[in-house]
Design a protein around this ligand. Structure first.
Ligand code: F6P
Length: 488
């Protein structure tokens, strides 16, 4: 029997950036979270299926929706019933730019290292002002109110830190279905984050933990995140710790690790046909090994650290082509201000060293076609990720699948930061293509790159690929929803 479920995500399934009169009908959304969630969608048949609720951020959204923000969207999984919530710009600024991305985003990545102290560019989490906090509460409460209008829903699955208060608001409203919440980011260590939790920041963090505790089922990327959350629930909210759960205000909240996966068929379809971009083809023609860096230009990704390792490896005599693509993200959010100059300085140094060693170097800040990203993941000899901390980091998973199209002896080595979820989820494959390293340890990062280029690290193995296939987006979403239904 088809169930009726709600997905609540800060972002809509897609943003309408063209007027309706232009006649083109949108076919699907982009972005990591959306691609991961696409398999969850049960086609809407008029009375049951999936309803997605997200914020209306597209310039022409209101032309496409009815007065309450509803629209039916055709997706690769069938028709999606979709609702957008619209907010005044000051409210959105307080919710998104300030609380979500100047306070919570830098905070949640404080897993093991005090990153603002360890780098020149990572921002200290900014304690929210009263107005900004009010905006965050207003947006979260509007999402809960919209979900509560769906009185037939069997479950509501809330996503990510931007909506951390929503499970609590749903419980207050006595939402009749089961409430699930998944945190796509890491959960911080209260010990590491302590310097940033004084005053209004401590109050806000406590509310976030209490809000998450409104769920019946809380999903995290790693067991480390589960443990850190449990410690915070005890320390900040007085929750009682149990095996795989916590008790809070008279109900039991299960806390479970569900590492997120990718859509394998979608990835393979593109990897099979995407043409090799010219810069990569040139490197191959010159016989240079190709090292790629691909991500959002975010301060959590360790981009300056990676560029320093590129410079150092070149100085030690390695000759290779580096192609780094950092997609602009969260432009206008103050917390990102220091990153660009740190990247620029490190990129200049890396360029000089690479060229002097007879290699080639390009670092671009640009949105490139997904097809080109996948092609680079397929042809690279080293896929160099270096997140200082990361929820899972889908790039190594995408790269493993794209690399599976090459003969095993020719495949790449994938480097990952040790505090990316993927390093613990796939920790068994450190000699089979996924090598984890501490990006703040300059020598260790440089040596890992040199070892990868020298062929001293294991390449992507069939077993690693198989494991990525088994833990795909379908497995992730169906195991989360099955666990949520068990609660019924
Ligand atoms: O979990 C991280 C996340 O918020 C994802 O939801 C999203 O795909 C990505 O970061 C980009 O975020 P934004 O919606 O702020 O562009």
């Amino acid at each position: 029997m088809q169930r009726t479920g709600l997905i609540l995500a800060n972002r809509a399934y897609l943003d309408h950036e063209t007027p309706r009169s232009a006649g083109s009908s949108p076919s699907g959304g982009n972005g990591g979270l959306l691609a991961t969630l696409r398999p969850v969608i049960e086609p809407w048949d008029g009375t049951s299926g999936t309803t997605w609720i997200g914020a209306g951020l597209g310039q022409f959204d209101s032309e496409w929706t009815d007065a309450r923000g509803f629209e039916l969207i055709e997706t690769p999984r069938g028709t999606l019933r979709h609702r957008r919530l619209f907010f005044p710009s000051a409210t959105w600024q307080g919710h998104y730019a300030e609380v979500s991305n100047s306070f919570l985003w830098p905070l949640v990545h404080l897993v093991r290292n005090d990153l603002p102290a360890a780098t020149s560019y990572y921002p200290a989490p900014a304690a929210p002002s009263a107005d900004d906090w009010e905006a965050f509460v207003a947006v979260n409460s509007a999402f809960a109110a919209a979900a509560a209008e769906e009185t037939d829903a069997d479950w509501c699955w809330v996503h990510d830190y931007q909506l951390a208060l929503t499970p609590g608001f749903l419980r207050e409203r006595r939402f009749p279905g089961k409430i699930g919440f998944f945190l796509h980011t890491p959960f911080p260590s209260v010990e590491v984050a302590r310097p940033y939790l004084a005053g209004s920041a401590g109050y806000a963090f406590k509310q976030v933990v209490a809000g998450m505790l409104g769920a019946d089922l809380l999903g995290f990327q790693t067991n480390g995140d589960v443990e850190r959350f449990q410690r915070a629930a005890l320390a900040f909210c007085g929750a009682e710790l149990m095996e795989g759960a916590v008790a809070f205000e008279g109900h039991i909240v299960r806390t479970v690790c569900f590492p997120v996966g990718i859509d394998i068929e979608d990835m393979l379809e593109i990897a099979n046909t995407a043409p090799t971009p010219p810069q990569a083809a040139n490197a191959k023609l010159e016989g240079l090994p190709l090292v790629v860096g691909l991500e959002r230009a975010d301060y959590t990704k360790g981009i300056p650290e990676r560029l320093r390792a590129i410079a150092e490896a070149s100085r030690s005599g390695c000759r290779f082509a580096y192609l780094g693509i950092a997609a602009p993200t969260r432009e206008g959010v103050r917390a990102y201000d220091a990153l660009e100059s740190a990247i620029e300085a490190a990129a200049n140094e890396a360029r000089q060293a690479c060229m002097a060693a007879g290699g080639s170097f390009a670092h671009v800040r640009a949105n490139v076609e997904w097809e080109d990203v996948v092609a680079l993941q397929r042809v690279a000899d080293v896929v160099f990720t270096s997140s200082l901390a990361d929820g899972q980091n889908l790039v190594p998973l995408q790269a493993a699948i794209a690399q599976s199209l090459r003969p095993a002896p020719e495949r790449a080595v994938i480097l990952t930061g040790r505090d990316a979820g993927v390093a613990s989820t796939f920790g068994a494959f450190s000699e089979q293509g996924l090598f984890a390293v501490e990006p703040l340890d300059h020598d260790a990062l440089t040596h890992a790159l040199i070892a990868a280029l020298d062929g001293r690290l294991g390449r992507v193995s069939d077993r690693f690929v198989q494991e990525v296939r088994l833990n795909d987006a379908f497995a992730w979403s169906s195991s989360f929803l099955a666990a949520l239904e068990e609660e019924c």
